[in-house]
Design a binder for this molecule. Structure first.
Ligand code: ADP
Ligand code: GLC
Length: 471
């Protein structure tokens, strides 16, 4: 069985969020069970071809996009990485600019629909021309949501899996965008109630198998939490083909005993390095150096659903109780502004790095005592998984993957602090429980140990994907 894995971001080449982490690590995990795994992704300007040893493959082609013929070529990484071949779709017109989805100021590119329709038509072209022998094409999120129906429309004998990483991002496109597809290739498209199309729902309708990234989120979607009637009826129509598989993590990149961004390595049997990382982190972020006070970290896209409204509501009172906070994130300028003023109001107690910073993200996981992730909804979430492995106790809302992966600490058992329902009051309650437990050094050490013993490697979940492919 040969698997093709298509994603708009793949770590470590391009990354805006967790999709990249999954696209970078899941294909490696499945490669142990199948003949060939090929990953396909755009070659954005931001990708350093020289550093990653990306070279021309010799494959070139042209796709028809509306009235225009648009050329493309395919680059590749010279060697296969852990059994996976990575292929980059190159286009001067659509992918040579630096951003993945947005300008440097965070504004989405106006032609994003065109860019990803183009990407999918290139994929279709490569499959029609049999440049790759693929049995199952694993598509991810709305940027690849049209592929299952396009593959059906041209009669290719390739099976499709469609993974929803986040239902919120539907990839809505208009009738004008639809006309970019060659006539005859869109017989199946269904209009939404807003008189447009949803690339995500097209994937849901037409893939042979649909899944999302945790059982909890799968259930929430089927229950219709937060969904409009139209989306709900389409996801429910897929219910017999729909399941949830929890994400795993890249055990090499996120390993406290070898993390290349972490100055002091540590493990469950030797935690001294964690305290040294805490000191290094306090120094680096300009926070008061008192090592005994709890430090809470957050690494996140700055969007409403990550729970910032709740955090901002309770921040002052926990600072007053001696806690320190480090926020790393980019996104919504409004949220950034509020975090900025919180850090100015409490110098030495709250630090905010407004940007995307991989080394700092690793140091936050290594050096913090707790990780704050009170998302309103969370399909899976990866940072709580990294946090468990780094003994950085997660504080989470019981939703989606967060509810599936963090067990509330009670009677000396559990892995973090879980609250529900989603409210500032319940976050306050969870934070209070966390800070009280932190004061009891012995109990805290038991909790840290329990968190670090969790295993969220890809092993189990990769086998579940193999079962999907085989079915
Ligand atoms: P989502 O995909 O919804 O953003 P996840 O928790 O699944 O949430 O994944 C987020 C990923 O992006 C994690 O690997 C996290 O460390 C990383 N990340 C998010 N924001 C930043 C940032 N500002 N700097 C560095 N890494 C970030
Ligand atoms: C999405 C979700 C996140 C998930 C990630 C990887 O970005 O928001 O919860 O962990 O995809 O599947």
């Amino acid at each position: 069985m040969n698997i093709g894995f298509v994603a708009a971001e793949v770590a470590p080449y391009s990354k805006a969020g967790g999709l990249a982490d999954v696209a970078g690590s899941l294909p490696q995990a499945i490669s142990a069970y199948v003949s060939e795994v090929h990953v396909f992704t755009p070659l954005y300007g931001v990708i350093d071809a020289q550093k990653h040893n990306i070279v021309m493959s010799g494959i070139v082609g042209t796709v028809r996009l509306g009235e225009f013929d648009v050329p493309y070529s395919v680059d590749q990484i010279n060697a296969s990485k852990n059994g996976v071949k990575i292929w980059f779709i190159k286009s001067e017109k659509y992918f040579s600019r630096n951003g993945i989805y947005t300008e440097a100021n965070g504004e989405g590119y106006e032609d994003n629909n065109q860019r990803f329709i183009f990407f999918q038509l290139v994929m279709l072209d490569l499959l029609i021309r049999e440049k790759f022998k693929i049995n199952v094409l694993h598509c991810n999120d709305h940027h690849t949501g049209l592929l299952p129906s396009l593959i059906k429309a041209v009669g290719l004998k390739i099976r499709t899996v469609f993974t929803i990483h986040n239902f919120l991002y539907q990839g809505h496109f208009s009738n004008v965008d639809r006309q970019l597809l060659p006539e005859g290739l869109y017989p199946f498209l269904t209009k939404t109630q807003w008189d447009n199309y949803s690339a995500l729902l097209e994937g849901v309708d037409h893939a042979d198998i649909v899944n999302t990234v945790s059982p909890g989120y799968a259930q929430e979607l089927l229950d219709g939490n937060d969904l409009d009637e139209h989306s709900l009826s389409r996801i429910r129509s897929a219910s017999k083909r729909f399941s949830g598989i929890i994400n795993g993590i890249d055990m090499e990149t996120w390993n406290p005993s070898s993390d290349s961004y972490t100055p002091f390595h540590f493990s469950i049997d030797s935690l001294a390095g964690k305290a040294e990382n805490k000191q290094a982190l306090l120094k680096m972020t300009g926070l008061d150096s008192d090592i005994n006070a709890p430090v809470l970290g957050s690494i996140s896209r700055l969007v409403e659903n990550k729970g910032f409204l709740l955090i901002l509501e309770v921040l002052d009172e926990f600072v007053a109780q001696g806690a320190k906070f480090i926020f790393l994130g980019s996104g919504d300028p409004g949220i950034a502004k509020q975090l900025q003023s919180a850090s100015q109001k409490h110098p030495g107690r709250i630090a905010f790095d407004n940007g995307y910073n991989e080394p700092l993200a690793h140091l936050i996981e290594s050096g913090c005592d707790m990780f704050l992730m009170p998302s309103r909804f969370e399909p899976c979430g990866l940072n709580q998984l990294y946090s468990l492995r780094y003994g950085t106790i997660p504080i989470v809302n019981k939703t989606g993957g967060l509810g599936d992966t963090v067990q509330n600490w009670k009677l000396n058992s559990g892995t973090g602090f879980v609250f529900e329902p989603y409210s500032a009051e319940m976050l306050r309650d969870a934070l209070a429980r966390a800070l009280t437990t932190f004061k009891n050094k012995k109990e805290w050490a038991t909790l840290v140990r329990s968190a670090m013993l969790q295993n969220y490697s890809w092993d189990q979940s990769a086998k579940k994907y193999i079962e999907l492919y085989q079915s």
